[in-house]
Design a protein around this ligand. Structure first.
Ligand code: BGC
Length: 747
């Protein structure tokens, strides 16, 4: 194997260089210069295709088939004879994963692969700040580039359908518009580095239970209106260079080789010109995979792989079996050429683009991005009597209670695990910032065996842990309870869903006991999911603080101390109880299904669409989040009262910061169709804007909505349809904090 660092130079001397130089002395320079990040617009597309043609013609059938499957856990082969490089991939999506062994899931044990861990995608979504998403993608892409990765396996945009889904923390919430808006800049930021983002998991992978085989039954409408838009935006607006198929089936066919999803929609209607990579072990059939869009097969649990390394990858569905079927004429070689064409295109954008930037890693700027996203992503959910912020100048005693105050949250969780070079725990962050306070700490509860061999900090049994915590709480002026979930199996982790919506490890009980000895309690939840909050009325403060990566403790201390004024908004609804969530309302066949299939019975009414339309009050609504200052939204108006198709609605409003601190508010615009002929959600998010305003100042803000974005998916014509008539525009600062409703008419 060619060492990764040598690949670019090697290209200059190798056969492929000769092939291309002979025919494209001038063109090759231009192609490699302009190819990154749609710079190819400056170069006629034909030149790239011709270039690919010239390489393709040199390849034997065996070499082409080789390029369509893995050669190790995270790489696919190049063509050494011609100097075509291997493709190296890494998880994703919150940082670049540690190196994994060639043939097994074990860590390779490198010492140069610790990185910056960025906040989980739920936190990024909660910032409602697309510019931050760009900065996140760019920084992450730089780390991937420095680590010599060609494909970064992320971001994930599966919709938050149930609070039990073990992987929600890797995704961008329940709303397709929010996820679409946030995912595009992330992709662009990553790909500016000449590293392909890989949008996953396509599609309908909304639970971990039976993820390998469960067949999702969902209507075309739910598919197009809820589950596909973020993928579509990633492809069409983000120009993502690769997409990952999912484990589950959809209508009885595996999504990784799905005729409708991959051929008709992704590569057909959407015009995706990149590479469809399988999830690790999501390929199940040679012919179906070959025909239905799969380009690179990864991670198949091939027979013999564990007992022999030699040629093990030849048993992959898209390896020898594919070769045989092409040779016997069952599969057309043109299909293989299309795959290789796509793979070469991805290479020309990444590892065969000699002008891509070099990348960088573990630099202060990346930590700054991580800290900023963390600070802006934290959502303040309750703040009675201005419990938060806590003044760091005060000489008080703070009891920090909870296992999540010290637990590393960059490890665990499955494939998104990270080996962070640095991880500031919440306790460390608070200790650093609250120098005048006396900080006491107790684990408070037993949290189960930590994943990946981490040692627990205490040998005390659960009862004793509680006793110690309650005793400390009794001595403190303020209690900060830092609990939640923890990326252990079935607590926000790949491979299993949560068992229920309650906090694990008796945390509710512990909180109850703490509240008996101290009424001054603030809760900081670390999780990627909604949890039940039976103690809510008793605690003074509540913050949703996600998994925040390397700078977790700093970001939390920033908000707790008031250095950062919270501006995060929930990217998903917190139901009061599980049955209030739409997927669960319809019982087991809706979630988790019967082991074979499941039906998305709530259809398009996912998340707040359900809560609003069916009048099921959530505990905390989508888009909700408090600030340390107050805002007033006024003078909300549209530029017209009547619109026609193709036009834009321009909405203006005046946002004033009426409090005493600078802060940011997210103006949210939802639209609902009045008297629709089909069932529709009461309202759907169609625009939002995060606005920073100094204390005492105001700003006039304009937002626009395309009339054509108010369509619904009409199953009778298998296409989007526009309904004329009256629409209600809801403008506010949360889905349940609507300040103004405006009726417009569309002709
Ligand atoms: C996950 C993917 C991940 C892949 C490689 C799979 O189990 O579903 O998200 O990229 O493993 O680690």
């Amino acid at each position: 194997m060619l060492m990764l660092g040598e690949r670019a130079e090697h290209l200059n001397n190798c056969k492929i260089g000769e092939i291309l130089t002979k025919r494209y002395t001038v063109a090759i320079f231009l192609v490699t210069t302009f190819i990154v990040n749609r710079g190819e617009a400056q170069m006629p597309k034909k030149s790239i295709d011709e270039k690919i043609d010239d390489i393709l013609i040199e390849l034997t059938l065996e070499e082409k088939v080789d390029m369509c499957h893995a050669q190790s856990k995270f790489s696919s082969p190049g063509v050494p004879r011609l100097g075509i490089p291997e493709i190296w991939m890494s998880d994703g999506p919150h940082g670049v994963r540690a190196e994994i062994k060639w043939d097994s899931w074990g860590h390779a044990g490198w010492t140069s692969d610790s990185i910056t861990a960025f906040p989980a995608l739920t936190a990024l979504a909660a910032t409602f700040n697309p510019e931050l998403s760009k900065a996140y993608g760019k920084a992450l892409g730089e780390e991937a580039r420095y680590r010599k990765k060609d494909i970064l396996l992320g971001p994930g945009v599966n919709i938050y359908r149930t609070p039990l889904n073990g992987r929600n923390f890797e995704y961008m919430g329940e709303d397709p518009f929010l996820a679409s808006t946030m995912v595009v800049p992330y992709i662009q930021g990553v790909q500016e580095n000449g590293v392909a983002a890989c949008l996953k998991h396509f599609a309908l992978n909304n639970q971990e239970t039976w993820r390998g085989h469960i067949s999702v039954e969902a209507s075309d409408r739910a598919l197009h209106e809820i589950y596909l838009p973020a993928f579509k935006a990633g492809v069409q607006e983000g120009n993502v260079w690769s997409v990952m198929g999912a484990y589950n089936q959809f209508r009885g066919q595996h999504t990784t080789h799905h005729a409708l999803l991959n051929n008709e929609i992704l590569k057909g209607k959407w015009g995706f010109d990149g590479v469809l990579v399988s999830d690790w072990g999501s390929t199940h059939d040679t012919r179906e995979a070959a025909r239905n869009g799969l380009d690179i097969e990864m991670g198949t649990h091939t027979d013999g792989l564990s007992s022999t390394v030699k040629n093990a990858y030849d048993y992959y569905y898209l390896a020898n079996p594919l070769l045989e079927q092409v040779k016997s004429g069952e599969i057309d070689e043109a299909l293989i050429d299309d795959k290789v064409r796509r793979i070469l295109r991805l290479m020309l954008r990444t590892n065969m683009n000699q002008n891509r930037p070099l990348g960088r890693m573990n630099n202060p700027q990346h930590l700054e991005v991580a800290r900023k996203v963390g600070g802006e992503g934290i959502v303040l959910l309750k703040n009675k009597g201005d419990f938060f912020p806590i003044d760091p100048r005060k000489e008080i005693t703070i009891a920090v209670i909870g296992d999540n105050a010290t637990r590393s949250m960059t490890v665990g969780g499955g494939s998104s695990e990270l080996k962070a070079r640095k991880e500031v725990s919440p306790l460390e962050g608070l200790q650093e910032r609250f120098k005048h306070a006396t900080i006491l700490h107790s684990l408070g509860y037993k949290s189960g065996a930590p994943v990946y061999g981490m040692e627990t900090e205490s040998n005390l049994d659960a009862d004793s842990l509680q006793d110690v915590a309650v005793e400390l709480a009794g001595k403190a002026d303020v209690v900060l309870f830092i609990g939640g979930l923890n990326k252990n199996h079935s607590q926000d982790c790949e491979g299993a869903d949560r068992m229920n919506m309650a906090l694990p490890y008796d945390q509710d009980e512990l909180l109850k006991k703490i509240l008996r000895v101290n009424r001054n309690v603030g809760v900081i939840l670390i999780s990627g999911n909604a949890v039940e909050t039976p103690w809510l009325s008793k605690v003074k403060g509540l913050m949703q603080a996600w998994y925040l990566g390397s700078e977790a403790g700093h970001a939390i201390a920033d908000v707790v101390s008031g250095d950062v004024n919270p501006s995060g908004k929930l990217p998903f609804s917190f139901p009061v109880k599980l049955e209030d969530n739409a997927a669960h309302h319809f019982g087991e066949q809706s979630y988790p299904g019967d082991g074979v299939s499941q039906t998305y019975k709530e259809d398009i009414l996912v998340g707040y669409r359900w809560h609003d339309t069916k009048n099921v009050k959530p505990r905390f609504a989508f888009g909700y989040g408090l600030s340390y200052t107050t805002f007033r939204l006024a003078k909300v108006k549209t530029d017209q009262k009547t619109y026609s198709a193709g036009e834009q609605i321009t909405l203006s409003c005046k946002l004033s910061n009426t409090g005493e601190r600078d802060g940011s508010e997210v103006i949210q615009v939802y639209v609902g169709k009045l008297n629709s002929k089909v069932e529709r959600a009461e309202k759907e998010l169609k625009a939002f804007q995060k606005v920073a305003i100094e204390a005492g100042k105001s700003d006039v803000v304009e937002l626009s909505i395309g009339i054509d974005d108010l369509v619904f998916y009409d199953e009778s014509i298998s296409d989007w349809k526009f309904e004329k008539g009256d629409y209600l525009i809801h403008v506010g600062t949360a889905s349940n904090k609507i300040v103004k409703k405006l009726k417009i008419n569309i002709q």
